[in-house]
Design a protein around this ligand. Structure first.
Ligand code: HEM
Length: 430
């Protein structure tokens, strides 16, 4: 099926109510699991501190909550026992093979990891991703003339354009594309209650994204030699066996590196900005770094703000066999096979047993203090890309004078499921 035909079908399905409808997900009231998670993220300190001190390994009704730094690191390291539960959902939406965050360690995982790392070399971030982000963000901020929806029209828009310009994926409708990827990410990584509406919409979103990706692969095969997009690199790459990479693997990589990108960077960039607007001390330090044109310090400021309001309380895992956490200590606890686990990297980042002055805003912190990008084998492979894109996207906004929330509801962070959707800010145009 051609891309145009697929888009037409998607549009018709959507008009007739059978296609992906972002409003159904956005309008959904959060299930109890999701409600607890949002509450934790916004009111973290007392609950985390209580858990770490009095009940560091909670096991209750098929769920475990891990809150101390060393136990969080232990669980994320023991990936054979405390396994990633995302594989079946990833395969469903890929319509094919699994991708990294759904896989256990092993030869297949390592070969795929290497292929992805070679296709997205870190040198690209300074040479390609950063400059595209800077150019797009600068144009968006400047054309806003002092009032911009910093999420939809900046923080989400820039990664979407990078999917076009760097990945080589033609995006028919930027806003809808972002909603599709957000619906898929919500289902795969942020839906502990397995809500049927979230699943239904994610399946439809996947059905709309796959032809877009297939068209990018076909376009890359037909492109003249020398075109250098991610899609072009993948169609000429060789797998570990020396054979060309099958189309369904290329599709899984592109879908994985898009659904890991647009939604995640929307949430990260949105949470960073929200935190800066909440805390004038953080805003002052971060704007000073932007004005000094010190990108390394700016990155540190943004990621330190993000430590306070990360993606989520922590990643999910599922216990593959009966196992003990914190063996040999007084808090050691047996986790029964099948237990779902919330491994709270957010709590760990505020554990005073391991983190010095955890509540202080300190951009100079050692890197092990910041677990926002995970820990262990599944540590974020997109981290350097995320850093380049987010720093260069927020920088032109942070350079503006008198940056502030818009008055009223518009200036408050509005969500689409767990993801930031809108936040209007204003500044004094030069
Ligand atoms: C600031 C933005 C980002 C944050 C905070 C973030 C966070 C994370 C975290 C916490 C994990 C580990 C999840 C777990 O252990 O369950 C992870 C893994 C991953 N991330 Fe990111 N991420 C970001 C951006 C990106 C980008 C831009 C991409 C792709 C371009 C990406 C692709 C991935 C992939 C593929 C994995 C799985 C790696 C593996 O299993 O080996 N992420 N990310």
């Amino acid at each position: 099926m051609t891309y145009a035909a697929a888009t037409l079908i998607g549009r018709k399905q959507s008009q007739s109510g059978t296609g992906f409808q972002p409003a159904r997900v956005a309008a959904k009231k959060p299930g109890i699991g999701s409600a607890v998670i949002s509450y934790l993220l916004d009111h973290p300190y007392a609950i985390y501190a209580f858990a770490r001190r009095f009940w560091p390994i909670v096991v209750i009704r098929g769920w475990a909550f891990i809150s101390r730094y060393e136990d969080v690191i232990e669980v994320l390291k023991r990936q054979d026992v405390f396994a990633v539960p995302f594989g079946p959902k990833i395969e469903l939406l890929n319509g094919g093979p699994n991708f990294l965050l759904g896989m256990a360690d092993g030869a297949d995982y390592r070969a795929l990891h290497e292929l992805v790392a070679n296709t997205f070399p870190t040198s690209d971030n300074r040479a390609i991703v950063g400059p595209i982000a800077a150019e797009e963000a600068e144009a968006l901020v400047m054309s806003s003339r002092g009032r911009i929806d910093a999420i939809e029209d900046l923080v989400t828009r820039v990664p979407t354009r990078i999917c076009e310009r760097y990945y080589g994926v033609a995006v028919p409708n930027e806003t809808r594309f972002a909603h599709i990827t957000i619906a898929m990410s919500t289902f795969m990584f942020g839906d502990p209650s397995n809500d049927p509406t979230v699943r239904d919409e994610a399946v439809k979103a996947g059905a709309e994204l796959r032809p877009i990706i297939d068209a990018a692969i076909a376009g890359a095969r037909a492109a003249p030699a020398g075109s250098d997009t991610i899609a072009a690199r993948l169609v000429s790459a060789k797998g570990a066996d020396g054979a060309p990479v099958p189309d369904e693997t290329i599709r899984a990589i592109l879908i994985g590196m898009i659904t890991g990108f647009v939604p995640t960077n929307t949430m990260a960039g949105g949470h960073m900005l929200e935190m800066l607007l909440r805390r004038p001390d953080m805003m002052r330090a971060t704007q000073a770094a932007a004005r000094a044109d010190d990108d390394e310090l700016l990155k540190r400021c943004l990621w330190e703000a993000f430590r306070f309001l990360p993606l989520n309380p922590g990643p999910f895992r599922e216990c593959a066999e009966d196992a003990i956490v914190a063996q040999g200590t007084r808090r050691a606890k047996r986790i029964p096979k099948g237990t779902k686990m919330l491994v709270s990297t957010h709590s760990a980042m505020f554990d005073p047993r391991r983190i010095e002055r955890p509540k202080a805003f300190d951009p100079g912190r050692a890197s092990h203090n910041n677990l926002t990008l995970g820990s262990g084998i599944h540590w974020c492979i997109g981290a350097p890309l995320a850093e380049a894109q987010i720093v260069q996207t927020l920088k032109p906004l942070l350079l503006q004078r008198n940056l502030r929330r818009a008055a009223g509801q518009a200036g408050r962070l509005a969500l689409d499921g767990p993801f930031p959707a809108h936040l209007v800010v204003e500044f004094d145009p030069a």
